[in-house]
Design a protein around this ligand. Structure first.
Ligand code: MN
Length: 358
């Protein structure tokens, strides 16, 4: 297996590429959103995780721009494994089934073709209305390290025309009067399957694996919206709906281990046998829905060496990146957290004879 690092676009400086290589990463997973984007600005009313307004950046998603990004990364001795997440401004009406859906589907097709033409193997995404929302930051990690904690709580409804895409990239569009009309779970699946029907053939032709992240937090409903993948069988439904190598998984061990009533080792065994994992997010957690706390890689409920052994035993040879990490108190918390986690991953993989250095 290859060890990689996930980097937000705005952090993708030459210095940080050198940092990634120096701590032993061979691959990068890059989120283009907010890429060196001064106009991204904080907005109110997003709850504890709110942070930004999505702005389209078509210039970042051209074949030329992606090729240049790949060349810069390769120049530092790294490989660009995946682009993670669409820009919310590019596809909100695909999620909301709004009036600009057809235009935005055409845009997503262009993006998938560009990613493939630039030689990037995978494109991670999360088909989610309420995104990563509702976690509190508390000093629950070792030594009082601050980490996200989730517990089911009273929920603020979503505003109309709004999708929440991730920790870093919240989005609000046009009509923000009133709240989002209720969406049935079956309707969310209908929208998702229609999206796959249109995008997967394009991804196949482009040689790109679309890799779906499960819902984080994995609850049946969040902010009064339905959630797509919050139990392992929903991942089976995704894979079975279009049995194509281009319809793959962004396999988030932390989120999967938070799913109530499940065994993470069985989940890892089951899905690594399918050969459909695009790439892996590695994170440890204590507890499950309705209450869990994120932890350091060597600290939570999950035996991560056992997870790596199962992945390797079932033939997974792709890229593994650290997911979120509790905040280490020092001058460079992100760097410290990533270096710590990556070092742990390399040592664990090496001792199991599973580390690929190229
Ligand atoms: Mn994840």
């Amino acid at each position: 297996m290859h060890v990689g690092l996930g980097v937000q676009g705005w952090m993708l400086t030459r210095e940080n590429m050198k940092f990634a290589r120096q701590i032993g990463a061979t691959h990068l997973v890059v989120s283009l959103r907010h890429f060196r984007s001064p106009e991204s600005r904080p907005v109110q009313d997003y709850g504890p995780m709110g942070s930004g307004l999505s702005v389209p950046h078509p210039e970042l998603w051209t074949v030329e721009a992606l090729q240049q990004l790949r060349a810069e990364i390769e120049c530092e001795g790294l490989r660009l494994e995946a682009i993670e997440n669409f820009e919310p401004a590019d596809w909100y009406d695909v999620l909301l089934d709004g009036p600009r859906r057809a235009e935005q589907i055409a845009r997503l097709k262009e993006i998938v073709r560009a990613v493939g033409a630039a030689g990037v193997p995978a494109l991670g995404y999360n088909f989610s209305l309420a995104g990563v929302w509702g976690r509190q930051f508390r000093p629950v990690g070792r030594g009082g390290a601050t980490a996200p904690v989730f517990e089911v709580q009273p929920e603020l409804p979503m505003r109309d025309g709004m999708i929440l895409d991730s920790i870093y990239d919240m989005a609000l569009f046009e009509a923000d009067a009133g709240t989002l009309a209720p969406v049935a779970s079956a309707e969310l699946w209908r929208r998702f399957e229609a999206f796959l029907d249109e995008i997967i053939p394009v991804a196949e032709a482009a040689g790109v694996t679309l890799a779906l992240h499960p819902e984080d937090p994995p609850v049946p409903q969040l902010r009064q919206t339905p959630r797509l993948v919050y139990q392992p069988e929903h991942y089976d439904r995704v894979l079975n709906y279009r049995p194509s190598p281009s319809n793959g998984l962004e396999f988030c061990i932390g989120t999967l281990s938070e799913m109530p009533g499940t065994d993470i080792y069985e989940i890892v065994d089951h899905f690594s046998r399918t050969g459909r994992i695009g790439y892996v997010h590695l994170r440890n957690v204590a507890g499950k829905v309705p209450h869990y706390e994120e932890r350091f890689i060597d600290e939570g409920d999950t035996d991560m060496v056992r997870v790596l052994r199962i992945l390797g035993g079932n033939g997974y040879r792709g890229v593994i990146i650290p997911d979120h990490v509790p905040r280490i108190e020092c001058a460079a918390p992100w760097h410290a957290g990533m270096a710590y986690t990556l070092g742990w991953m390399r040592a664990a993989l090496k001792s199991e004879g599973l580390l690929s250095e190229d």
